[in-house]
Ligand binder design. Structure first.
Ligand SMILES: Cc1cc2nc3c(=O)[nH]c(=O)nc-3n(C[C@H](O)[C@H](O)[C@H](O)COP(=O)(O)OP(=O)(O)OC[C@H]3O[C@@H](n4cnc5c(N)ncnc54)[C@H](O)[C@@H]3O)c2cc1C
Length: 467
């Protein structure tokens, strides 16, 4: 076994999928056979595609909508993520620099509608509105906390980012390695596969034609081709997430990183001992962050965004079977939460995250066509995919409205170097940052070479990492 790893990733499905198995998710969705016609054809049955379908139905009740999913809805990251559900108040330190104060606040206010939209589904998706925390576990991570607090203050929204000193933090969760933190009230957790299931059922109830086991093999203006059929559509929405990172219209703006989680057995008594009973979703202050949360049945999920970088848009086994990254997640669990040292790991799994050049999702239309796309969630798509659904539904119906005016749809997204530079350069910098952050947590100073390479993104004003 790899280092500290007790369960290998990829041997079993994500636990979420097993837990949600058997829920009423709207019945069968047979593969597409033959030709079909639609006003809008959506490709991809994750959160983005499903929310887009519902948003289209709300805008144009009579529209013919077809949704094609290569495997089963939720087979991708939507059914295997950490279940952190939030908008953009936690990102204002970054978005203010990119969009100015007004743009950052507009995006954060739009994001406030996400949790109510999930609540309005009326399904039991294990929605727990416990807020979100960022904790610092090394002096170098304090800066991220301070930046988040200061940015909210300067935007006149100090209630959205509340600083916590060591004692205040310990009232929410106690760990000997936590120095201080920031609490964002706007944050929740869900059981993501239950959310997929609820959305799938809502889509079926809305009369949308859903075809699973139907991979799009070709997309051109007005036509989506599959192995055994074809959909002619006035508008096409490409919502395939990581699978699009090699697609010409977007490939210079996004690349795939692996993210892995480990899940413990139920340990409610240990959670009570460390006082973590409020359901907060937590991240640390690393650039390649750890993310951790509890579940309704008292388990702890610990994730690490330090997985491998993809090449040329390929989504391969590196994103589901990388034992080294799952081992880092397990090491993170033991280090960050020493009170849970006896908790047994029951499952480990991973998936790709589509990291854009500025760490925010982007939405647009391929020039001269009615093909619309959205991706680049950078590991933060559970909530923002609801916004994505609104934007894509508006684009696909030719609207120019509050959604298409959001900076997620209007900004110019920076470009990344072409392959193989994207993979090689990114891999080098990633390894250096991980080494530097590990050294900092152990109270050591990384070597000069490591520090120099790790500093490259800052010097070039590039975003790297998964925070
Ligand atoms: C381990 C992990 C942890 C994460 N944790 C969090 C978290 O806690 N909070 C958060 O906000 N985000 C998290 N994320 C990110 C989040 O899961 C994604 O941003 C979100 O699920 C993206 O949804 P999507 O619908 O765009 O993509 P997907 O869920 O990938 O859906 C795309 C769908 O398209 C289908 N598809 C692909 N190609 C084709 C084709 N040619 N034809 C038809 N269908 C196709 C796929 O099968 C897939 O079902 C995490 C991701 C991972 C991997």
């Amino acid at each position: 076994m790899e280092g500290d790893l007790t369960v290998r990733p990829g041997l079993q499905p994500p636990w979420w999928l097993d837990e949600a198995d058997g829920l009423d998710d709207g019945g069968s969705a047979p593969p597409l056979e033959g030709d079909a016609a639609a006003d809008v054809c959506i490709v991809g049955g994750g959160f983005t595609g499903l929310w887009t379908a519902l948003a289209l139905r709300a805008r144009e009740p009579a529209a013919r909508v077809v949704l094609l999913e290569a495997e089963r809805c939720g087979a991708g990251p939507s059914g295997r993520n950490g279940g952190f559900l939030h908008g953009y108040w936690a990102s204002v330190a970054e978005t203010r620099g990119m969009f100015g104060a007004a743009g950052a606040v507009a995006l954060a206010r739009a994001g406030e509608k996400i949790i109510p939209a999930v609540r309005a589904l009326g399904a039991d998706v294990w929605l727990r509105e416990g807020g979100m925390l960022m904790v610092s576990t090394a002096p170098t991570q304090d800066r991220a906390i301070d930046k988040a607090v200061t940015a909210a203050e300067q935007l006149g929204a100090s209630e959205q980012a509340v600083p916590l000193d060591r004692e205040q933090l310990a009232e929410r969760i106690s760990s000997s390695v936590f120095r201080r933190g920031v609490f964002w009230p706007e944050g929740a957790t869900v059981q993501p596969a239950r959310l997929v299931s609820a959305l799938r059922r809502a889509v079926a109830d809305a009369g949308i034609a859903l075809h699973e086991g139907t991979r799009a093999t070709g997309i051109s203006s007005g036509v989506v081709t599959t192995a055994r059929g074809r959909v002619r559509a006035d508008a096409i929405v490409v919502a395939v997430n990581a699978a699009a990172t090699g697609w010409r219209p977007v490939r210079r703006h996004v690349t795939n990183f692996g993210s892995y989680v480990v899940l413990t057995e139920p340990v409610p008594e240990l959670l009570a001992e460390i006082g973590w009973t409020g359901g907060e979703a937590i991240v640390d202050g690393r650039m390649f962050l750890h993310y951790f949360r509890t579940t309704q049945d008292g388990r702890v999920l610990m994730g690490s965004g330090t997985g491998p970088i993809g090449f040329g848009g390929r989504v391969d086994a590196r994103f589901t079977t990388d034992a080294a990254t799952a081992a880092r997640a397990e090491r993170g669990l033991r280090r960050l939460l020493p009170g849970l040292s006896s908790a047994r790991i029951e499952r480990a799994w991973g998936g790709p995250i589509d990291v854009s050049a500025d760490h925010l999702p982007f939405f647009g239309t391929v020039a001269g066509t009615s093909i619309h796309y959205g991706l680049g969630y950078s590991g933060h798509g559970v909530g923002p995919s609801w916004l994505g659904g609104q934007i894509l539904a508006s684009l696909a119906t030719g609207r120019d409205d509050e959604w298409t005016q959001l900076p997620l749809a209007t900004r110019r997204v920076p470009t990344l170097p072409p392959e193989p530079l994207k993979r090689l350069g990114g891999g080098l910098v990633r390894a250096a940052i991980i080494a530097r952050e590990e050294a900092e947590e152990e109270g050591r100073r990384a070597g000069l070479g490591v520090r120099a390479v790790a500093a490259i993104p800052r010097v070039l004003r590039m975003q790297i990492g998964t925070r």
